[in-house]
Design a protein around this ligand. Structure first.
Ligand code: G6P
Ligand code: ZN
Length: 581
């Protein structure tokens, strides 16, 4: 079927600035006439000569409005000179799977994709009145760097027209296969493929599936994976059930839904309610004996939460434990780790492991793209963030299913000699053993969501002001007299990328205590309404007699100081946070 390149007049929209993870807005905003088209055209214009004859991937977490957007992007890609579009069946591909597809999938003549439009708003709710998002990932499989997103944004401010091939009918994305068309610059086709194929192949290359399968086949090992109705469900079904023979009853909410079943697809103790309840961490007793291992992923399956029976593993501990055990437990790492990295607000648990194992270590600003640079330069193998992100250099995104497989590998490895029916080492045992070896970083995060943007800015300015009066802060601390160490230093985190030399400023306000405790304040870069203030609280304890204290109790004094110091309630009007993790 033939088509022509139609030119459609348009006018700019305000605020099409992609944040940390693409353009994220309410569906109602995206549904405005020409809104999607303007942003997509701006991206093509910013990519300029890379577009002609390219292969572009388009898919996402399956949230509401994805299917319409895929059809729009197909028609616009054709008109902009793209040669082929790759779509995961039903428009689904997890963010990590997109990264794997860009890096590993090849066309019939060995061609690779130039990049991808990922349709997701990650862990934000979906549905007609909730969030939608478009994120562009580049050749290395990672999110576009600021140089490109700035260019896209500046083009959106002056855009006057976009190109579209109206004659191309909506492509049936529910079936695998190729649809071919002929346009002014030659043939154009849309290939719909199995959304799990490339990702599963990669996971099999990384992990010892036989060892994991043997663990899952043990009757005493029980597991629960909650996809929160996000795209992780299709990978969980394929990998855990079909490849690794897990009991299908281990899967919870694994059918992707456009509105995530009305829930908030964010794997944390607040939003993954059903899993939390099943694992014995809910407010009431669970209906049955909790499973040994529990995990959840977010809407686009890049985030993860790991739980043991009645036990929460902090994301900061999770990456440290994976790094400490990777070489023995995961075949992909058997030659050793090239280095490890964490984001600044993530606890220093990983630092201690890096030091003990003599590994290169990096502390980067929040945002996965900073890890990508280190990985491209061969400096980092394992990395993680407090925001429930864990991953490795197998792709350039964090990876929820990978994290679950990493934990299953560690569990399989630690229990390899345990005879049938013997007592298995649990998730909690592994974490406690880790603390006994490396010390424990008590850690918590308070989120104040949807705060008035002006108030949030004022609070941050107040904190910057305080940095020049550390003696006054210490006086206040002593007045409260809570057995807390003094503040040694206050600063704003700044990062110079060791690979490209770029400098990122204002990456969070820190108060560093003499005993290594930290208070960190930063504004979220991923919200779609108002401002979200995040407060991160951390304290290191190496005394074995004290590492077993309940985290909430250990951190109470620091929490009190943080709230007083920041005048949180006075600035925001909030007497308590929206979410505590
Ligand atoms: C996304 C990024 C993460 C980052 C997180 C921060 O999920 O992929 O790398 O940690 O955003 O979110 P925040 O809301 O704290 O800016
Ligand atoms: Zn996500």
């Amino acid at each position: 079927m033939g088509f022509v390149r139609a030119v459609q007049k348009t006018t700019p929209f305000d605020g099409q600035k992609p944040g940390t993870s693409g353009l994220r807005k309410k569906v109602t905003v995206f549904k405005q006439l020409h809104y999607v088209e303007n942003f997509v055209q701006a991206t093509f214009n910013a990519l300029s000569e890379k577009v002609q004859g390219s292969i572009i991937v388009v898919s996402g977490d399956g949230r509401y409005f994805s299917k319409d957007t895929i059809q729009i992007i197909i028609k616009m890609a054709a008109a902009n000179g793209v040669k082929q579009i790759w779509v995961g069946q039903n428009g689904l591909l997890s963010t990590p799977a997109v990264s794997a597809v860009i890096r590993n999938r090849v066309g019939p003549h060995g061609e690779k994709a130039t990049g991808a439009f990922i349709l997701t708003a990650s862990h934000n709710p979906g549905g007609p009145h909730e969030d939608f998002g478009i994120k562009y990932n580049t050749e290395n499989g990672g999110p576009a760097l600021e140089s490109l997103t700035d260019k896209i944004y500046s083009i959106t401010k002056t855009i006057k027209e976009y190109y579209i091939a109206e004659e191309i009918p909506d492509v049936d994305i529910s079936k695998c296969g190729t649809s071919s068309f002929t346009g002014p610059s030659g043939p154009f086709s849309v290939v719909v493929f199995d959304a799990t194929e490339d990702y599963v192949k990669l996971m099999k290359h990384i992990f010892d599936f036989v060892a994991i399968k043997n663990l899952l086949l043990r009757p005493e090992f029980t597991f629960c994976f909650d996809a929160l109705h996000g795209v992780a469900g299709i990978y969980a079904q394929k990998i855990f059930v079909e490849e690794l023979s897990a009991n299908p009853g281990f899967l919870l909410n694994c059918v992707p839904k456009e509105d995530f079943g009305g829930g908030h697809p964010d794997p944390n103790l607040t939003y993954a309610k059903e899993l939390v309840q099943r694992m014995g961490l809910g407010k009431t007793a669970p209906a049955a004996e909790p499973p040994e291992f529990g995990a959840a992923a977010d809407g686009d399956a890049d985030r993860n939460m790991v739980l043991g029976k009645r036990f929460f593993v902090t994301p900061s501990d999770s990456v440290a434990i994976i790094a400490a055990n990777a070489v023995g437990a995961i075949p992909y790492f058997k030659a050793g780790l090239k280095g490890v990295a964490r984001s600044m607000p993530t606890s220093a648990a990983l630092d201690v492991v890096a030091k003990a194992l003599n590994l290169k270590f990096f502390e980067v600003p929040t945002g996965w793209k900073f890890f990508g640079n280190l990985m491209d330069a061969g400096m980092c193998s394992v990395c993680g963030e407090e925001s429930f992100g864990t991953g490795s250099d197998h792709i350039r995104e964090k990876d929820g299913i990978w994290a679950v497989l990493a934990w299953l590998s560690i569990l399989a490895h630690k229990n390899r000699g345990v005879p049938a029916g013997g007592k298995l080492m649990t998730v909690e045992d592994i974490v406690r053993q880790h603390w006994a070896t490396y010390g424990r970083h008590f850690y918590t995060r308070y989120d104040y969501e949807n705060v008035d943007a002006g108030a949030a800015k004022d609070l941050m300015a107040h904190l910057v002001g305080l940095q020049s009066s550390i003696p006054d802060i210490n006086k206040m601390i002593k007045e409260i007299n809570l057995n807390v160490a003094c503040v040694a230093k206050g600063d704003e985190f700044e990062y110079k990328d060791p690979v490209d030399g770029s400098v990122s400023k204002h990456q969070g306000i820190r108060f560093l205590f003499e005993d290594g405790s930290r208070l960190v304040f930063r504004l979220s870069g991923t919200g779609s309404e108002g401002a979200t203030i995040r407060l991160y609280i951390e304290q290191y304890q190496s005394d074995p007699s004290k590492i077993g204290i309940e985290s909430r109790v250990a951190l109470a004094p620091l929490v009190e100081i943080a709230l007083k110091l920041s005048k949180m309630e006075a600035f925001t009007g909030r007497s308590s946070p929206t979410v505590i993790t």
